[in-house]
Design a protein around this ligand. Structure first.
Ligand SMILES: [Zn+2]
Ligand SMILES: [Zn+2]
Length: 196
């Protein structure tokens, strides 16, 4: 089992840190083809986030595994709806950094691999893929264990953290509040981003 402390970096290098113990065991490498991830990529307007099928490669893990050593003041969140998840990016160069519930109570983050340069080999192939609707031809990874397994793994990680067997905390929250105020993207903007 490969376990590494993976380098965490935005594209321009102002945001730097690491993800402790990046491995297939400590998280789930998935592909997300949902329209919200596509809207986020459209908002960021940086190349290389989506693969040719419109999927984002993501490593789902505990936020407590993430450590920012510099540039944490550049963290910015958006939400696609009033009750939506927080989608963090680097304010300097718009690299996506993580998608998470808007409360630190549920210990979950999906880190786009765009923020984890060089980690891929440690994570193994994707074990699940998500779609807003029908999966287009050719977009499912060969070993797709789907939502159930990936959700169960997230619940187990949360519990392991809650009882002290896995890292706690989150660099994205301070005293229960996001470290930067979320920007709400409106329906109009979202439609424009998705070209619908
Ligand atoms: Zn940057
Ligand atoms: Zn998604």
């Amino acid at each position: 089992m490969v376990t590494v402390d993976a380098r965490l970096s935005c594209r321009c290098g102002k945001v730097q840190g690491y993800l402790r113990g990046a491995s297939a065991r400590n998280g789930s490498h998935v592909l997300c083809h949902c329209s919200d991830c596509q809207a986020f990529a459209a908002f960021l307007e940086v190349p290389g986030i989506l693969d040719r099928n419109g999927g984002t490669a993501i490593y789902q893990t505990l936020p407590g595994r993430m450590v920012f050593e510099q540039g944490s003041e550049l963290l910015r969140p958006i939400r696609l709806s009033e009750t939506g998840i927080l989608r963090w990016y680097a304010g300097c160069c718009r690299t996506p950094l993580g998608n998470m519930p808007a409360t630190p109570k549920f210990r979950f983050i999906g880190v786009p691999l765009a923020a984890l340069p060089g980690v891929q080999g440690a994570l193994g192939p994707p074990i699940g893929s998500f779609f807003s609707g029908e999966a287009p031809e050719g977009t499912r990874p060969p070993a797709d264990f789907g939502l159930f397994r990936v959700g169960r793994r997230a619940a187990i990680r949360h519990l392991a953290s809650a009882i002290g067997l896995a890292p706690k905390g989150s660099p994205f929250f301070s005293n229960g509040k996001p470290v930067a105020a979320p920007q709400l993207l409106t329906g109009d903007w979202r439609s424009k981003a998705l070209g619908t």
